[in-house]
Design a protein around this ligand. Structure first.
Ligand SMILES: Cc1ncc(COP(=O)(O)O)c(C=O)c1O
Length: 444
């Protein structure tokens, strides 16, 4: 038997419950879609982001089915900012998703993947005129965020000598606070109606859609019922008053994933509404309030479709005991890769069963920064150097928000439906990082 250094642990009886002792239970994940996590880190290095195509497709099909079984004309638009790796976007496009982008960079990325302008929704508060012009010429669906953008688009319409089809983004009270009121025009105080009137009177833009995105990680499906009702009532009004034909309403994204939000004590399995609950609230509100033609229904769901399909594998580099007696591990992934760890308590799973009893432990990242903590208080058995931890769910916003800070960004792989592993992004290296730097001659 392998020698294990003895430790004396205080047994805290407050930790015991009728479900058993937390001193022995271990969450284990030794493989992803049949591929061993140890093999993955051996082959592609550690840390390593891993995406499961199977999990993406299952989630997409579940959500799409929930909507398309209730409503005749549903279109999903993949929210690029949630995860804009080429291969991930391609999985969504192959499933039938079009692209939703919020910057010229994301727009260019979608175009580079072969997505036509007409299949791109261009959202966001910062769209420079030159990119509005490109989007208008390519027939993209431009969602106006503020009055300056109306003026800019009218200038573009003059420049290109044609009317431009547009939508406006709206915000409103849906019973969820704080409200996301900084984007678009407010429906409740009449601002959205006034903006539409302004568009109508300008005679250079044609309103064809209404959009809103009420927030992210929305745990209350009824908020979407409220949102949809208000968008449809606005649609009815402007169709009647201005003779518009509103082709679509876009209810945005925001459906919750199975992450554990810090400060929320119930399990995600209990509090996250199902795909059917979201779909029911939205489609019921359309059927109940719509007058005239049924609009197309657009969704820009991001996190709910990708979060659980993404994992971050990380290895134990060292351990120490802190002055207060608490065990602390240093692993090779930190807040540089999991910016989202400020909001989420991730599931942290072990590659195998470890001998010994659990003790309260802290998991620190590799950065020489005091804030680099992945888990402050987690019950873990004694782990070896190089034990592989699977951090989950890590598919939404982690790759796009990962920082090149102190360390290189790691490789990323996709496991396809036949359990074949594909490298979809190389780890950064020094050459790549300094490529755009310049040394002034006088300093040499
Ligand atoms: C306009 C818009 N659409 C869609 C999304 C995707 O949201 P989520 O990932 O919460 O589904 C966002 C994210 O903030 C957004 O701003």
């Amino acid at each position: 038997m392998k020698y294990q250094k003895p430790t004396i642990n205080r047994v805290d009886f407050a930790l015991a419950s009728k479900y058993g002792s937390p001193l022995k239970s271990q969450k284990i994940k030794s493989s992803i879609d049949g591929v061993s996590v140890n093999e993955l880190t051996k082959e592609y290095g550690s840390p390593l982001f891993v995406f499961s195509q199977r999990a993406i497709e299952e989630k997409y099909n579940e959500l799409h089915e929930a909507f398309s079984s209730r409503y005749p004309d549903v279109q999903f638009w993949w929210s690029y900012k949630t995860n804009y790796l080429d291969a991930i976007c391609q999985v969504f496009h192959n499933l039938g998703s079009k692209a939703e982008v919020v910057s010229e960079f994301e727009y260019q990325k979608a175009r580079r993947l072969g997505i036509e302008g007409k299949d791109i929704i261009f959202n966001g508060p910062y769209k420079q005129k030159e990119f509005l012009k490109q989007a208008a010429l390519e027939g993209a669906k431009i969602h106006i965020d503020h009055l300056y953008e109306i003026n800019d688009l009218e200038d573009v319409a003059d420049e290109i000598g044609q009317e431009i089809k547009v939508a406006i983004r709206c915000n409103m009270d849906t019973g969820i606070y704080p409200q996301w009121s900084r984007f678009g025009f407010n429906i409740d105080n009449g601002e959205a109606y006034e903006a539409i009137k302004r568009i109508y009177e300008g005679k250079k833009l044609i309103l064809t859609g209404l959009h809103s995105h009420i927030g992210t990680f929305m745990l209350n499906a009824n908020a979407y019922g409220q949102e949809t009702k208000k968008l449809i009532e606005l649609k009815n009004r402007v169709e009647e008053e201005f003779g518009y034909n509103i082709e679509y309403i876009d209810i945005g994204g925001g459906f919750a994933s199975k992450s554990r939000l810090k400060g929320v004590y119930q399990a995600p399995e209990v509090i996250v509404p199902s795909a059917d609950e979201y779909a029911e609230a939205i489609t019921n509100a359309i059927f109940e309030h719509n007058k005239g033609n049924l609009p197309k229904l657009f969704l820009e769901t991001g996190r709910a479709l990708i979060d659980e399909a993404g994992y971050l594998l990380s290895s134990v580099f060292a351990s120490k005991r802190m002055p207060d007696g608490k065990k602390s591990y240093i692993i090779d992934a930190g807040v540089n890769l999991l910016y989202t760890s400020f909001w989420y308590n991730f599931d942290i799973m072990l590659d195998k069963r470890y001998e010994g009893i659990n003790e309260p432990s802290q998991i620190n990242g590799p950065l020489c920064m005091n804030i680099d903590i992945i888990a402050e208080n987690i019950m873990l058995p004694p782990l070896d150097r190089e034990s592989v931890l699977t951090i989950w769910p890590a598919g939404a916003y982690s790759v796009t928000q990962a920082m090149q800070f102190i360390r290189y960004k790691p490789s990323i792989v996709l496991i396809d439906k036949e359990s074949k592993v594909h490298l979809i992004k190389d780890a950064d290296d020094l050459e790549y990082i300094v490529e755009k730097e310049h040394m002034p001659e006088v300093l040499k």
